[in-house]
Design a protein. Sequence first.
Length: 330
Amino acid sequence: MSRRQRAWPWLRRHGRALWLALAALLVALALLQPRMTLPQEVYRYVMVFDITQSMNTRDYHRAGWPEDRLGYAKQAVRESIKALPCGSEVGLGLFTTQTVQLLFEPLEVCAHLPIIDDVLNHIDWRMAWSADTHVETGLYHAIREVRKRDAGLRLVFLTDGQETPPQTVQPQFDGSPGEVPGLLVGVGGTAPVTVPRYDRENRPLGIWENADIEKPPVSTTVYSVKVETRSLPAEGPYLSWLDEAHLKVLSAGTGLRYLRLDDPAAFMAFMTRAEFAERRPTSTDVRPHLAGMALLLLALSYGYERRRGSHGKGKPPGHGRVKGFRRSAG
């Protein structure tokens, strides 16, 4: 009797139990929450929010989402972070006047999601250290901050693009286009709307008027080229809108991809594009893999049981047949 023939009766009797035992072992291993260091595609971002008061403008109208620009941007970022694979990292920063302040260095999103989410919840226009908005200068500063940290970091800069007071001179960009990859995200609607005004307790005081806006600067050492500027009316409400034309010029000059923040799903899809991914050794939760193998073994055991039943008593192939013997007809 061959080894195969000797093993067949044992497998016939115990095969299904073997598959089930292996599946149970894999489930038990999964309960230990094992992790392995494996190479995988991850994303590493520094996300900077414009927190100047034009970002309080309420021109979003998606059900269940904040209406103000800053709130909408925060919610879109929150949802996109949840969609990033484990091993990805996110740092948050703020922009106002001409500079950017990072709140914390990039943290791994799965282990530190509650911390990141809590900081997002507390980002507020009252954290601004100045009321002016020099978007171009602030963007260049954000690029410098990311550039001096890590070549693998990408920048996401969220702003309505409105320079307040309007530019009279243009700052120099001292980098190379595309040196820091990432996104320049336009926040808000393109139709001019009034900007709400609040006190330091976040109580409404009405709207901003043109008379409240300071006159634009005449010169400064970081500017180089004079530009034509729009003049604000002396009276009437100050109006704000998404300055897409300005942001697209900045996008072309810096190499950042431009995206208008309208559909959150489109923003999330942009955040997980292959061009922004980096392959790194990452501590990976292998429970899904173990669970998948356990399910496969359960399916095999079920299929084995059905196949066994279809063969009657489950006799091995060739059982009861003698080679070369042919039964006579009569």
